[in-house]
Design a protein around this ligand. Structure first.
Ligand SMILES: [Ca+2]
Length: 125
């Protein structure tokens, strides 16, 4: 009896964790995908870079829409785009200014990152 209860609690917690981090596998598909600062609190990481909600759920932001249109892959075209219209390409924001990064590699830059889906100067938090 106690084991069934423990299993139920474990499954519920697992489901909540899965929902909170909707698609963490996409973090590995873009450069520095697990290190993009939350534009509303740069001491935190944006868990869902492609979503309006920084935790990674719900509607997509402009970068998420472009990522989806690119087949959910990091392409040269996606890298060159300026999804959030802040004057910096997605590649510059994510540390791949030359658009040469491939999955599994260390990006050219791993610091001074910014969010490709929100213009930090105008985002409302
Ligand atoms: Ca941009």
């Amino acid at each position: 009896m106690e084991q069934k209860r423990t299993l139920r609690v474990f499954l519920a917690v697992s489901l909540l964790c899965a929902l909170a981090n909707a698609y963490p596998q996409y973090q590995a598909v873009i450069p520095n995908g697990s290190s993009v600062p939350n534009p509303c609190n740069t001491s935190q990481i944006a868990q869902g870079v492609g979503h309006i909600n920084f935790q990674g759920t719900g509607p997509l932001n402009p970068f998420g829409e472009d990522f989806k249109a690119a087949g959910k892959q990091w392409t040269t075209d996606l890298c060159d785009m300026d999804s959030d219209g802040d004057g910096r390409s997605n590649g510059v924001e994510l540390g791949d200014p030359e658009c040469v990064w491939s999955q599994g590699e260390t990006p050219a830059r791993t610091t001074d990152l910014s969010h490709p889906g929100f213009d930090e100067a105008t985002v409302s938090c």
